[in-house]
Design a protein around this ligand. Sequence first.
Ligand code: AP5
Length: 236
Amino acid sequence: MEKSWVAPDTRHPNKLDRAVIFLGPPGAGKGTQAKELAKKYGVPHLSTGDMLREHVGKGTPLGKAAKPIMERGDLVPDSLVLQMIRERIERPDCSYGFVFDGFPRTVAQAKYLGELLKHHGYKRPFVIHLAIDSSILMRRLTGRRTCKVGGEIYNIYERPPKVEGICDADGGELMQRPDDREEVIGPRLQAYEKQTAPLAAYYGRLGLLHGIDAAKSVEEVGRQVLQSVQGVRGIR
Ligand code: AP5
């Protein structure tokens, strides 16, 4: 791997000096929690789902390849995702650490990430496993609405906006993701079980996994996430 970037800056005790990874099935709350954690530490929130949707929206070659795969609820091939991630974490804004949401998603992606982090001088990642019973997920996913402008996440059943269809934060229009239809949610959950769930055992064996009960409220899950990150990092 070609060395092309500066080492992470670990001089600031309040900053993350590593990657935090959120692992969990569709609807577990990865995006909700990853956004908050990234905001708290002032580091980038790296959602491969959001990056891919941006490519789809812009009609780039990557977006054109990913669109039909995402629409049927399968995983986009590692080769496409890994290139995208490598380019992103080599940008200078990642030098204080970053929060992954939806990556890695296969053992091959996790192995590649491990090498990439080592190559750039990061400590080993910290993996938060959002564990949840799959019976809860359908309601969370079909009820999700996302702001077209700032990406704020709502739920029409659990966390509705003050005004229907409008983002509280910036007044943007709320939309439903095309893959949040019931007929796509099934294949997404199957892809998770088959290709991503084995990552819990993978990171568990490496001693990097921290499990959290994701069926609790957003606030309670957030409190536990923060506590676990502070515990591993010794940061405030
Ligand atoms: P991606 O965008 O990553 O979707 P996902 O993994 O299916 O996860 P979601 O975004 O659906 O759920 P989430 O866990 O973030 O939940 P959220 O916080 O929004 O991926 C989409 C597609 O892109 C994939 O299918 C694949 O094709 C492709 N892709 C992406 N990354 C890839 C990769 N690395 N490799 C290959 N392909 C890749 O919450 C959901 C709802 O629940 C919201 O309404 C929220 O308000 C609510 N909620 C959250 N927490 C709680 C709580 N504690 N209590 C009550 N409600 C809650």
